[in-house]
Write a protein that binds this ligand. Sequence first.
Ligand code: AMP
Length: 307
Amino acid sequence: MSKLIIVGTVAFDAIETPFGKTDKILGGAATFIGLAASQFEVDGAIVSVVGGDFPKEYIDMLEDRGLDVSCLEVVENGKTFFWSGKYHNDMNTRDTLITELNVLADFKPVVPESYKDAKVVMLGNLHPLVQLRVIEQMNEKPDIVILDTMNFWMDSALDDLMKVIAKVDVITINDEEARQLTGEYSLVVAAKKIMTMGPEFVVIKKGEHGALLFFEDEIFYAPALPLKEVFDPTGAGDTFAGGFAGYLAKTEDYSFGNLKKAIIYGSALASFSVEKFGTERMINLEKEELYERIVQFKNLTQFDLSE
Ligand code: AMP
């Protein structure tokens, strides 16, 4: 089992979907990533920042899941990152209503000494310069560095984002963002173009339509499980990334074949995340449930060519 570094926001979210509305609840990219990765009982550390307004019980909950929170900085006189979004009726698209960086604006990440040799680095969504500073603090090159980002950073910090993209092995990005980043409509062409920017593997997430993994000239497709109820897609992408990174940290195999399995685990975990608002479903997820869902994924696409 490899050590895993998780970078990303630990946040308050206020979410509106066609099924309801929340006040400020626990959210953030690193939170969803950590909860998903903790399913694999990996040795994971969260590098992030919150304000004095962040409840200690949330930090305790992350610690109870086996995550190292010693580098989750608390700025007592600051406010926690806040994001608010509203989903459209199809739940596949959303508008960001508010992004308040707060303590994230001046955040200087510090990788714990004991994690500077981590083999897997999961750069969750936050400012690309913070992501870059984390890579720079590693003692040696990790076996795999995975980057997740979003249009917000393409719009506000593209030059810095390109520097990070050049240094990672895997990028996970949604279809709309892949098109924005490359100016290409075809996702096959977009993925090829992204490979020339740095990453060897490109994962393009397509919401309820699954995810594509590109490597050299190969493409693998992981479906999203068709669900009876989807309450809140927030964090699905981060949960996917956390499952992907957690599975790789557990198995220590970075071949294309194993990355295929990793995106199936990521998709299975994301399918739980959307069943309840915020992090609720992920906090209460049992290992047996994950296993059952992996079997469902297998059955969803398996067929016999010889018949
Ligand atoms: P996802 O639905 O996977 O895109 O992730 C949503 C989560 O990302 C929410 O919990 C937000 O707190 C967090 N988030 C939203 N915008 C940003 C941003 N610009 N940078 C980092 N995290 C963000």
